[in-house]
Design a protein around this ligand. Structure first.
Ligand SMILES: NC(=O)c1ccc[n+]([C@@H]2O[C@H](COP(=O)([O-])OP(=O)(O)OC[C@H]3O[C@@H](n4cnc5c(N)ncnc54)[C@H](OP(=O)(O)O)[C@@H]3O)[C@@H](O)[C@H]2O)c1
Length: 310
């Protein structure tokens, strides 16, 4: 297997994946809407090993060109909030289905779809509902696709720890919605390693949930962060009902005024915080791939070092 095409290869997870696959000698094609912002990926490989193409996964008619001659296609595309041009449904379900269908049509050997822990077409969160429906749509078209479901991913460019660390450097309060919701944070390079292993060993039909080896509540994660950056802040536990009201208000203004209103809190996010985000016992996990996940405690100091007091 030689050519791997990655949609979303410039994103947080995608870049680690590009680096690991390049180190194993694969030729990589990254489809991105902003190739000029993804030039940094090129240095992960030898000259010509990593190619960047301008493209949008929503362009159904062009998907065939984007994946031509690929041995493996990986879909890392997602959005955490909807915009006028990108709804959960058209990105996570329709575009994922079109890509899987086109990959099957072109005889692509392997398809890897990155989903999320908690994804379910029955979820009350529109985000997780669309991710669940996306998995089903992919498997309808590419029955032996691999589905990867990570928990909260941490790493240098993550949004979770970086955002809360940034907030704690400017605010005395840290609002936390779902303070007792459990997470099993997973290191970005470990997720990339798992996907790379599937590519190398030409695996199919694997359905794997990826969580780190420790489970933390949301509040414990914030406590850990604050202790790491040596800042004392007041943690404001916001119950779900007021959080839903604030989020619905934000969603309403975005619906009326459009994307000029920032999506600081959406109903889909609040609802996705209402359930624990931990690996289920019955599914395949890191141990089935022979990978020992790295501990958050070891990696966190590097992620938030620049926010450390003193
Ligand atoms: N981060 C987490 O904690 C986490 C947890 C669980 C699961 N996941 C899953 O892991 C996957 C990767 O997440 P991430 O954190 O790496 O996300 P990310 O950093 O937001 O990256 C998303 C990527 O999607 C691309 N993209 C968005 N819209 C596109 C479109 N219309 N056409 C083509 N590309 C498009 C973006 O590239 P351009 O903007 O350059 O086009 C970007 O590279 C997603 O499936 C996500 O649901 C992430």
């Amino acid at each position: 297997m030689n050519l791997v095409t990655i949609f979303g290869g410039s994103g947080f997870l995608g870049r680690y994946l590009v680096r690991q696959l390049a180190s194993k000698g694969y030729f990589i094609r990254v489809i991105t809407r902003h190739p000029n912002e993804a030039l940094f990926l090129r240095v992960y490989g030898k000259v010509g090993q990593i190619q960047l193409f301008r493209g949008d996964i929503k362009e159904e008619q062009k998907l065939g060109d984007y994946i031509r001659e690929s041995d493996c296609v990986i879909n890392c595309v997602a959005t955490f909030f909807e915009t006028r041009s990108q709804s959960f449904n058209n990105l996570h379900v329709n575009a994922a289905r079109n890509l899987a269908r086109e990959a099957k049509k072109q005889g692509v050997n392997q398809f890897i779809h990155i989903s999320s822990l908690g994804a379910s077409s029955k979820s009350s969160s529109l985000l997780l509902k669309s991710k669940g429906a996306g998995e089903e749509a992919v498997l309808d078209c590419f029955t032996d696709a691999n589905i990867i479901r990570p928990s909260l991913i941490f790493g240098n460019e993550d949004t979770f720890f970086n955002r809360f660390a940034k907030l704690s450097s400017i605010s005395p309060f840290i609002p936390v919605i779902g303070s007792s919701t459990k997470f099993q944070p997973v290191y970005v390079d470990d997720v990339a390693k798992a996907v790379t292993l599937l590519v190398e060993s030409d695996q199919r039909k694997r359905y794997i949930e990826l969580g780190g080896d420790e489970i933390y509540t949301f509040k414990e994660l914030i406590d850990m962060l604050l202790s790491e950056i040596k800042r004392k802040r007041i943690i404001l536990k916001i119950p779900f009902l007021p959080a839903r009201i604030i989020a619905a208000t934000n969603d309403f203004f975005r619906l009326v005024l459009g994307d000029i209103v920032p999506a600081f809190l959406t109903l889909a996010q609040v609802k996705s915080l209402e359930n624990d985000n931990v690996v289920e016992l019955k599914t395949e996990k890191f141990s089935d791939l022979g990978i020992v996940p790295k501990k958050l405690k070891i990696i966190l100091p590097n992620i938030v070092n620049r926010f450390k007091r003193g």
